[in-house]
Design a protein around this ligand. Structure first.
Ligand code: NAD
Length: 467
């Protein structure tokens, strides 16, 4: 086995090495999966009531460690402390929810039809798939691993988690907190990069991935070739549509936070603001957005007032600044931002770009940083068309007080999630989560839908012995 290691560094202070962990190779991942296969047999035979108790205890352990874990999230991935605390609280809720889900009905009965005896039973019963291979990104280092691991464990699977290298320390810590309530090796973390991820996808009985579109497609193809169920949650290029009757200042404040909070590094962040018709004449939405962005505090994510911290790496910052350079050359207006931020960390000022056409690269490709474009539409129908005319389909918001218009927009959108008078960012762990087009492959995550991936169904007929 290789002795290579990887370092995870703090984005606000790149000289701070948060952790050095093994860069697992194929052999190391293979061993982890072998151990998980054995542990999974024990876990799947554990009564559901005990699995539920284990997840409840894990939720309590996480609640008890909430502040320590939140501070580690701030340090390792630069998430502002207020959002880090919210994420940890959500993870506790996710564990509690799936503790209860373990006790849900695990099947259905159907009427039997001749020639079966009329006393026969026809059942559909769910069972775990085996070893769940989870490959996750760095931006929600607690919530995403747990919204996959909690249902996988609740339904009796073993879990091997391969976190993003930049979130290794948080992953190791959540595994410590949760794994002591399940059989040894039923929840393991293998740290490493692409090779470790690939090796896991090549061995797991079911695969759940969250990350970029390019990698997601590779993962889905590899799992598909092996014939194992797979789910991939990928990027977004989410729009907020602002109708003429919306309250301009309040809407701009909501959109600014959804676009720039955590430096825009959420798959549900707002990247496009589509302003409709009459409201333009007042010339207000773009300006109100700029004013709202100006009010956001950029700074060290450990400070309670910070809304926008650094981006994750120097490459991530370079990508934002390159996007700004490219649009400058095309006559667009950088209404605010577009510069490296102050300090040693990977800061970049929150950026609003105006004057691009909807087919410009920045309005078509995810940058994953604190940058959004303002686009214009003459009519509600045109706004829906612009919103849909991207390869992604994760989430769209619409802001209006006109219920009829909101319902027409909702009907026309090609996104998996639609939010009226709500920011694009925000996830409900008890409701289905996922997108359309290149944003998602496979069944939805979260809520009861999670069962579709982590269980398979056997149809069983039980008849009296032949007379
Ligand atoms: P990424 O695709 O670079 O990496 C995701 C994970 O895949 C990491 O663990 C990485 O090590 C692993 N990986 C890389 N190459 C691999 C390969 N060939 N085979 C198997 N695994 C491999 O993504 P990232 O930079 O960590 O995260 C940012 C992306 O995640 C953005 O595109 C964002 O939109 C997306 N995201 C989506 C959601 C969602 O639910 N839709 C949520 C959060 C983030």
């Amino acid at each position: 086995m290789s002795s290579a290691t990887i370092e995870s560094r703090s984005p606000q202070d790149p000289s701070d090495v948060v952790v050095t962990v093994p860069d697992a190779d194929e052999a190391a991942v293979g061993k982890a999966v072998d151990r998980a296969v054995k542990a999974g047999r024990v876990w799947s035979a554990t009564p559901a009531t005990q699995r539920a108790n284990a997840l409840s205890s894990a939720a309590q352990a996480m609640a008890d460690a909430a502040e320590e874990l939140s501070l580690l999230v701030v340090r390792e991935v630069g998430k502002p402390i207020v959002e880090a605390r919210q994420e940890v609280a959500r993870a506790v809720g996710i564990l509690r929810y799936h503790a209860q889900a373990a006790l849900d009905a695990d099947g259905e009965t159907y009427p039997t039809a001749p020639p079966a005896d009329r006393h026969a039973l026809l059942l559909a019963r769910r069972r775990p798939r085996g070893v769940a291979g989870l490959v996750t990104p760095w931006n929600f280092p607690v919530a995403i691993p747990l919204w996959k691991a909690a249902p996988a464990l609740a339904y009796g699977n073993a879990v091997v988690l391969k976190p993003a290298p930049d979130a290794s320390a948080v992953a190791v810590r959540i595994a410590e907190l949760v794994s002591r309530f399940v059989p040894k090796h039923a929840l393991q973390v293998v740290t490493g990069g692409a090779e470790a991820g690939q090796a896991l996808v090549e061995r797991a009985d079911v695969v759940s991935f969250t990350g970029s579109v390019g990698v997601g497609h590779q993962v889905a193809a590899a799992a598909g070739m092996r014939g194992v169920p797979v789910q991939a949650e990928m990027g977004g290029l989410n729009a907020s549509i602002v109708l003429p009757d919306a309250d301009v200042a309040a809407t701009a404040g909501t959109i600014a936070a959804a676009a720039m909070g955590y430096a825009g590094q959420k798959c549900t962040a707002t990247s496009r603001v589509i302003v409709v018709g009459g409201i333009l004449e007042a010339g207000t939405v773009g300006e109100a957005l700029v004013a709202a962005v100006k009010r956001l505090t950029v700074g060290n994510p450990i400070d309670e007032g910070t809304v926008v911290g650094p981006v994750i790496t120097s490459n991530a910052r370079a990508k934002v600044l390159e996007a700004v350079d490219e649009v400058r050359g095309r006559g667009a207006r950088i209404a605010i931002g577009g510069k490296p931020g102050e300090g040693a960390g990977w800061f970049v000022t929150p950026t609003v770009v105006d004057g691009l056409s909807p087919d410009a690269r920045l309005a078509q490709e995810e940058v994953f940083g604190p940058i959004c474009v303002v686009l214009r539409a003459a009519t509600v129908e045109e706004a829906v068309e612009i919103s849909n005319a991207v390869p992604y389909g994760l989430v769209t918001s619409v802001f209006t007080r006109d219920l009829g218009a909101a319902l027409r927009v909702v009907d026309g959108l090609d996104t998996g999630m639609i939010r009226v008078n709500q920011p694009t960012s925000g996830v409900d762990y008890h409701a289905p989560f996922g997108g359309e087009k290149q944003s998602s492959i496979g069944p939805r995550e979260q809520g009861k839908q999670a069962r579709e991936l982590y269980t398979s169904t056997r149809t069983i007929t039980i008849a009296p012995p032949p007379a």
